[in-house]
Design a protein around this ligand. Sequence first.
Ligand SMILES: NC(=O)c1ccc[n+]([C@@H]2O[C@H](COP(=O)([O-])OP(=O)(O)OC[C@H]3O[C@@H](n4cnc5c(N)ncnc54)[C@H](OP(=O)(O)O)[C@@H]3O)[C@@H](O)[C@H]2O)c1
Length: 315
Amino acid sequence: MRAIQQAAWGEAEPLQLVEVEAPEPAFGEVLVRVSAAGVNPVDVYTRRGQAYNRVLDLPFINGWDVAGAVVQTGYGVSRFRPGDLVFGMPWFPREAGGYAEYVAAPARHFARMPAGLSFNEAAALPLAGLTAWQMLTEVAAIAPGKRVLVAGAAGGVGHLAVQIAKARGAQVIGTASAAKHDFVRALGADEVIDYTTTDVSAAVRDVDVVIQMFGGEAGLKALNCLRPGGLLVSGQAAWTPGLHERAAELGVRAVVFLVDPDGAGLDALAGLVTQQRLKVHVDAVYPLAEVAKAHDHVAGGRTTGKIVLTVGEPE
Ligand SMILES: NC(=O)c1ccc[n+]([C@@H]2O[C@H](COP(=O)([O-])OP(=O)(O)OC[C@H]3O[C@@H](n4cnc5c(N)ncnc54)[C@H](OP(=O)(O)O)[C@@H]3O)[C@@H](O)[C@H]2O)c1
């Protein structure tokens, strides 16, 4: 099969299009012919050897988000049959080999694609969507009337988090640069703040929950936006030293979050898509061979929504 493999950690040049053996599905696994693969910031950190590589070996096939068709089922799989269209974020944070024509992984790491979603859209959804879903529903238990601040509301995670929080009845404040305010409002945000010109930690007060996708000083200052006892869920806690100490000083809570594979969460996302309460925005699509351009795009940090690679036949 064709795959993008890297034999060294580093910049985008080591991402090479190669022919390798397709994987075989083990007991409980499905083999998926991949039509499209999503690209996430963690792919870039991983390519550079900055994250999770303690469990990853070279040569390495990057990528976790995939959408395609089941072509083979391992012993004991009852959830899917060959021909079913599925999407998922298998194996994360271990190697999934998503930038390849075939992926084998536990059936429960996938869900059926909702009708009406293209492969590109379905491949854009799993990692960012599960992050938003798990943060908001499992960690923060968002309920109607809660006030939520979504930092980075125009990005991959943020644009889905705004919509999921609204679907759960929350009041949503998003941060984005001014050019993206119309986009964030169209997602349903009640208020949008330009974090490039406004000190968010001074402008927003007494929210119940902060979904914080950025670290450093901004990640710490976001704690000031919470009501006493409020909860910040951090997607970048490793880059936010002192988070728990500052939270304790302020009388608020902070949770370190890492997304994990979750077929039930994917089913929930698919349900929201079917009900037309969740739309994934694909900013740009690159062919598999142009993966380096896709990585540069994501590494630029200005994506609106998601970046996707086409792997199989173009749609
Ligand atoms: N822990 C986890 O499980 C987990 C899961 C998913 C993602 N993450 C992490 O969360 C971060 C965001 O992921 P993503 O997929 O949403 O990334 P993304 O799609 O690349 O985010 C790009 C967006 O972020 C906005 N942005 C950049 N810096 C910002 C800042 N300081 N404040 C507010 N907005 C800012 C940009 O908006 P403007 O152009 O308007 O600046 C852009 O729209 C990444 O670092 C990623 O690794 C963690």
